[in-house]
Ligand binder design. Structure first.
Ligand SMILES: NC(=O)c1ccc[n+]([C@@H]2O[C@H](COP(=O)([O-])OP(=O)(O)OC[C@H]3O[C@@H](n4cnc5c(N)ncnc54)[C@H](O)[C@@H]3O)[C@@H](O)[C@H]2O)c1
Ligand SMILES: [Zn+2]
Length: 404
């Protein structure tokens, strides 16, 4: 056989591509480094309901920084609020905080992620919050404060003339030293896009467990079947809870609840009055009230209702009000006092919950929960305005920007 040097080079490349381990890692790193363009595309919200995809130079990657090629980013309710009303006064802003991508360049000081796992070019990563040397926010103390109110990429002011790569709705993002970054190379893209909302439920279930009431054989009612309630059902299933009743007003969402692992569903619109609705929920538990409830709607009426579904001595986790949704009426005698209810609130998550979430997503996949189905719409970056409008119309569940 007559082999010229071009053939040999081709064969070597192919062998390297098929190999696993350090040689192929090197090949990836060289390829990735060679591919880095001079500019990046960033979807900037420049006025209400208007993103413009702008081109900016990719800044210098400092010794502690990581340049990430973005693969995708989920659209969050917060993005929708910003798009519609700019409540945080951030415009112009590079949004997108539920993103993930691949490391293409790293500063020389970067060796490991925030959990101590080694980091290399080609690794898939997510970010969580940006540290500000706050000793109350640590990785391994479960009792430390949650990250609500902390800075995150995708909700930062665009105030550095040399760096506009601060949000995940882009094709590149610069993760500065001091930010939390996690190596999640062992999760598929859809799972990685679902990490941030899933962390909300890992935290909520940890809060719920602190009551001591949630057990393997508990009857659990999950009220509200948006992405938050649906992921709640999935988390409960992965921890071995079998008896879950979902309540919502949309049949399509109740169908999803079954796919996530709910054993029964109730459409509240089919029942007149709270007494009848309560009976319908109990009927799904063979005539028993729930031991525990997760309130996952942002509707004050939902908060008022859920107490009735829970037994005396039961527990409740209220997590449906990320923002102020108004006041709710309850009867303190019946709902809390004579019921001896144990209630916890839950807001955002801790860094530790974030790491626990990676394991949850692996377990969910292993037991066949179809998490990917939660991502009902995928748009390329150029169609980001469309993506946000779809989110506002509440047509799907999770909307994601997936880069080509
Ligand atoms: N605690 C946190 O940190 C945190 C984080 C993210 C979101 N949230 C909150 O969680 C809530 C849910 O988020 P989502 O993305 O799933 O929202 P969503 O709007 O997609 O889902 C809410 C669901 O509740 C249903 N619903 C409304 N009123 C109801 C009622 N009376 N009874 C039963 N179902 C009813 C709706 O049909 C809808 O399917 C939001 O209000 C959000 O603010 C909290
Ligand atoms: Zn979010």
């Amino acid at each position: 056989m007559n082999m010229n040097s071009a053939n040999i080079e081709e064969i070597v490349k192919q062998v390297l591509a098929e190999m696993t381990g350090s040689a192929s890692q090197l090949a990836v790193s060289k390829a990735a480094a060679g591919d880095i363009p001079k500019t990046a595309h960033v979807a900037m919200l420049t006025s209400l309901e208007n993103f413009e995809v702008k081109e900016f130079p990719i800044p210098e990657v400092g010794d502690d920084d990581v340049l990430v090629k973005v693969e995708g980013c989920g659209v969050c309710g917060t993005d929708a609020h910003e798009f519609k009303r700019d409540p945080f006064g951030l415009i112009p802003v590079a949004l997108g905080h539920e993103g993930t991508g691949e490391i293409v360049k790293m500063g020389k000081n970067v060796k490991a992620d925030s959990a101590g796992k080694p980091l290399a070019i080609g690794d898939k990563v997510v970010t969580c919050m940006i540290f500000k040397d706050n000793p109350d926010i640590t990785m391994y103390d479960l009792n430390k404060q949650n990250v609500g109110g902390a800075d995150v990429y995708g909700l930062l002011p665009d105030n550095d003339p040399n760096n506009h790569l601060k949000g995940w709705f882009a094709d590149y993002i610069l993760v500065k030293g001091g930010s939390t970054i996690f190596n999640v190379s062992d999760l598929d893209l859809d799972s990685r896009v679902l990490i941030e909302p899933s962390a909300v439920l890992i935290h909520a279930v940890e809060r719920a467990k602190s009551t001591g009431i949630l057990r393997f054989n508990s009857r659990v009612v999950v009220q509200g079947c948006g992405p938050i309630g649906l992921i709640c059902i999935a988390v409960l299933r992965t921890m071995g809870i079998e008896n879950i009743v979902a309540v919502d007003g949309q049949e399509m969402r109740l169908g999803f609840a079954k796919e996530m692992g709910a054993t029964g569903t109730v459409n509240f619109k089919d029942h007149k009055g709270l007494e009848e609705l309560t009976k319908a929920v109990e009927a799904q538990f063979d005539g028993h009230p729930a031991d525990f409830g997760f309130q996952c709607t942002g509707a004050p009426g939902g908060h008022s209702n859920i107490y009735k579904f829970i037994r005396n001595g039961g527990g409740l986790c209220e997590l449906g009000f990320f923002v102020n949704g108004g006041d709710a009426t309850i009867n303190p005698h019946f709902d809390i006092c004579s019921k001896e209810l144990t209630m916890v609130g839950s807001w955002v998550y801790t860094l530790r919950d974030y790491a626990t979430t990676f394991d949850f997503l692996k377990r969910a996949k292993a037991i066949g929960i179809p998490m990917s189905k939660l991502i009902t719409h995928r748009y390329p970056l150029e169609e980001i305005n469309e993506a946000l409008k779809t989110n506002l119309k509440m047509e799907g569940l999770k909307i994601a920007i997936i880069n080509k």
